[in-house]
Design a protein around this ligand. Structure first.
Ligand SMILES: Cc1cc2nc3c(=O)[nH]c(=O)nc-3n(C[C@H](O)[C@H](O)[C@H](O)COP(=O)(O)OP(=O)(O)OC[C@H]3O[C@@H](n4cnc5c(N)ncnc54)[C@H](O)[C@@H]3O)c2cc1C
Length: 402
């Protein structure tokens, strides 16, 4: 259907250039304009998302982390001036930490999706409504525009994501899980925790009883008049019923690396972190590097190739040596072919990579050591309740990492 015209060059240089370009505008400018969706690069036109950072595809792959972005901005302005932007940056961390402490929210979503996959195959009414929404053929102009913008560029402005999710759930009355899946299959920044929890938030499941209703006047104002007088939107948003939130569990400790100096060690990068951990500190020089992409395992439907292409190209930009692993060349095959004694890999948060690593460990071919970033070890356990409690810790996180 769509020609792909991603405005996100898959390179570290592009990520750092964008950060440097945006950092001076992360203060007042961002706070005032961040809610305006002025339009993406649909049909080959230029993207007008210049008032937000558009760094999320790089942050998602951990090419940049919250510390890098905070530091770049705080080099330009005071924490007070950057307050709004810094808070948004750490929302990602908050969602990641929240999910780490309630991993069954992800497995329940995956189970729901498997059931809905079956229902879409067997219920033609549901299938038609779902197809129309995914193809941008609902007749609701802005919604159809955003469906196409997402498919063409791999990105949507935050406000468009909120309106889109709200219309999907409350106007089109489609299951939120199918919308979350549509996003995960197309967003370059599609993330198990951030996406699932954001959709739950719009649906009124995450902050219980609090839903997000897309209103025509709000869309007209914050699209700068691009979509005026949208008709047919739901006029109320009753929270979606869902099982109670699971109890919080402690984040699992990670066993330290205990390899012998003579071990043949393989470095496994993956689609939840493409940056090598500091191996020098462990006295390790890997004999082989591989990249495991589990993006397509997140959905029973086809993931847009631009998402996997973007991720693989970013890895290639960082290291041309990485062997690309997928269903045909498994981690165990790679370990055997390279005669590995151990694998070291960046920590895999809740999501498809973690499930894949569980299989590798079960197969017992080779021990796997995960290295969690200090910034995640420090921040994730703080996501015990709501964002505002977490937010109170941002100054101390900035002291350490910003
Ligand atoms: C329904 C829905 C689904 C979403 N799915 C995803 C997803 O799969 N992956 C994803 O990275 N973000 C997701 N978001 C959050 C947010 O929309 C994007 O992070 C943001 O739009 C990325 O654009 P940006 O980099 O220009 O953001 P900026 O406004 O420039 O913000 C800077 C950074 O802060 C973080 N951030 C900003 N807003 C949020 C937010 N609301 N929640 C969490 N982090 C935030 C991101 O890392 C972002 O790159 C979703 C939001 C909604 C409402």
């Amino acid at each position: 259907m769509n020609k792909h015209i991603s405005p996100f060059p898959p390179s570290a240089a592009a990520a750092y250039a964008r950060l440097a370009e945006f950092a001076p505008y992360a203060g007042q400018d961002y706070a005032k304009k961040r809610n305006f969706d002025l339009g993406g690069a649909v049909s080959g036109g230029p993207s007008a998302h210049s008032h937000v950072s558009t760094l999320s595809p790089y942050l998602r792959m951990k090419l940049l982390d919250e510390g890098d972005v905070s530091r770049a901005v705080l080099n330009q302005m005071t924490p007070g001036a950057a307050d709004k932007f810094i808070a948004e940056v750490w929302w990602r961390t908050y969602w990641k930490g929240w999910m780490e402490q309630r991993p069954t929210v992800w497995t329940a979503y995956r189970d729901d999706l498997a059931r809905l996959h079956n229902e879409v195959q067997t219920q033609s009414g549901l299938r038609q409504r779902w197809e129309a929404a995914c193809l941008g053929e609902t007749g609701i102009d802005p919604f159809d525009h955003w469906a196409r913008e997402l498919a063409q560029t791999g990105y949507l402005h935050n406000h468009a994501r909120m309106w889109f999710a709200s219309i999907w759930i409350f106007t089109l009355k489609l299951p939120w899980q199918l919308g979350a899946d549509f996003f995960l299959r197309h967003l370059l920044d599609g993330d198990a925790a951030v996406n699932t929890l954001s959709w739950r938030w719009v649906a009124g499941i995450q902050t219980q009883g609090k839903t997000y209703l897309a209103e025509a006047s709000n869309i007209a104002k914050f699209t700068d008049g691009r979509f005026i007088g949208v008709k047919g939107l739901a006029d109320s948003a009753v929270p979606v019923t869902a099982p109670a939130q699971p109890n919080r569990q402690e984040i699992a400790q990670i066993a330290p690396y205990d390899g012998a100096p003579a071990d043949r060690v393989g470095l496994l990068l993956h689609s939840d972190d493409i940056v090598a951990p500091p191996l020098d500190a462990l006295g390790v020089t890997p004999v082989s590097t591989a990249y495991l992409d589990c993006t397509t395992a997140q959905s029973p439907w086809r993931t847009a190739s631009m998402v996997t292409d973007f991720r693989k190209a970013l890895v290639h930009d960082l290291t041309t040596q990485a062997m690309m692993l997928d269903a045909d060349v498994s981690v165990s095959d790679w370990a055997s072919a390279q005669g590995l004694d151990r694998i070291i890999t960046p920590h895999a948060p809740v999501g498809a990579v973690r499930s894949a690593l569980r299989h590798v460990r079960k197969a017992g071919t080779v021990p796997v050591t995960e290295i969690r970033r200090p910034i995640d070890s420090a921040a994730w356990p703080l996501a015990t309740a709501g964002f505002f409690k977490f937010r109170a810790h941002i100054p101390e996180l900035l002291e350490q990492f910003g």
